[in-house]
Structure formats: structure tokens, C-alpha cells
Design a protein around this ligand. Structure first.
Ligand SMILES: [Zn+2]
Length: 162
């Protein structure tokens, strides 16, 4: 399979726009392959590209498979970054080539959890074997804190447990 070209030649964009569909290898997006984070296959994109007088507008979905290491049990688990309502607006200069590689890469990286936990995996979710191994941190009652959402509170706990 050939890698999808994400460089849009705005000169050839018609009023009908462009349907950009295909896959890009992890190396093509320069996705990180490091301790705890490994790309697990091609990133699939299905995008509609339109141009207005001033802007290039891309909308659609991006799916990128990863293998992450759980911060609690150190198990490697599959996780997909799924950007199903992705959109991007970039200022358009006529005749310019606009490369979507960098913005797509950045948004995939932003969607990766900073403290991956296997029970939050969206491919094979299941209980974390390390769950309950840590004593609750009783000196910091969470109910006294402003609501930070589920993950926020757990991130803090994970940090305290380090
Ligand atoms: Zn785990």
C-alpha cells in the first residue's frame, strides 16, 4: 500500500473539494517509538478538503493504532487514537502547497494519554491487574478538590505514588 500524500496543492483544489482517503505509515508521520509508546500500524485518514477565499478547511476522521505501556502494571496494551470529528482550518495562500502532515501528527500526539492505563484502553478494555495495589492517599481527600474529572484526579494519585 502506498502512503497517502498529505501535501495539498491548493491550486488544483476545485469548488467541489478533495476527498483524501488512505493510510500513512507511522514513519511517514514521525510518530514517537519510544519507551511505553509504540505505533502499531498505519494511520488511516478519511478527510474532506475544501478551500474558501481565505482558508483551507479539512474535516473528517483520523485513526492511529498504538501500543502503550500501562503506568501501573507495566502491561503493554493496544490503544487507538480515534479523532472522529477532526477538523482543521489553515490560512490559504493561492497556489501554495499545504502539508497536513504536521497538524495531523500534532493532534495524534495530543490525543495520546500522558499516563496510559490499560483499563482505559479502547481496544481490549479490562481491569488493570495492579488496581488496588496502592493504598489510598487519605491525606488528600479528593472530594475537597474542585472537580478535575476522573483522569485528572487519577493523574495526581499516580504522581503521588511514584
Ligand atoms: Zn494496567
Amino acid at each position: 500500500m502506498t502512503s497517502l500524500n498529505l501535501a495539498i496543492d491548493t491550486q488544483t483544489l476545485t469548488a467541489k473539494g478533495l476527498h483524501l482517503q488512505g493510510s500513512i505509515p507511522a514513519t511517514g508521520l514521525e510518530l514517537p517509538d519510544e519507551s511505553g509508546v509504540h505505533p502499531a500500524g498505519d494511520t488511516t485518514v478519511d478527510l474532506k478538503i475544501h478551500a474558501t477565499e481565505q482558508d483551507l478547511i479539512a474535516t473528517g476522521s483520523i485513526v492511529s493504532p498504538f501500543e502503550l505501556e500501562c503506568v501501573r502494571c507495566l502491561r503493554v496494551f493496544p490503544q487507538e487514537v480515534r479523532l472522529e470529528d477532526w477538523s482543521l482550518k489553515l490560512p490559504l495562500k493561492k497556489g501554495e502547497i499545504i502539508d497536513l502532515t504536521e497538524p495531523i501528527r500534532e493532534d495524534i500526539l495530543l490525543a495520546l494519554p500522558s499516563y496510559p492505563r490499560c483499563e482505559d484502553g479502547n481496544v481490549e478494555p479490562g481491569p488493570c491487574p495492579a488496581e488496588g495495589r496502592f493504598d489510598p492517599v487519605e491525606q488528600t481527600p479528593l472530594e475537597d478538590r474542585p472537580d478535575q474529572g476522573d483522569t485528572g484526579a487519577w493523574d495526581i494519585l499516580d504522581e503521588l505514588n511514584r
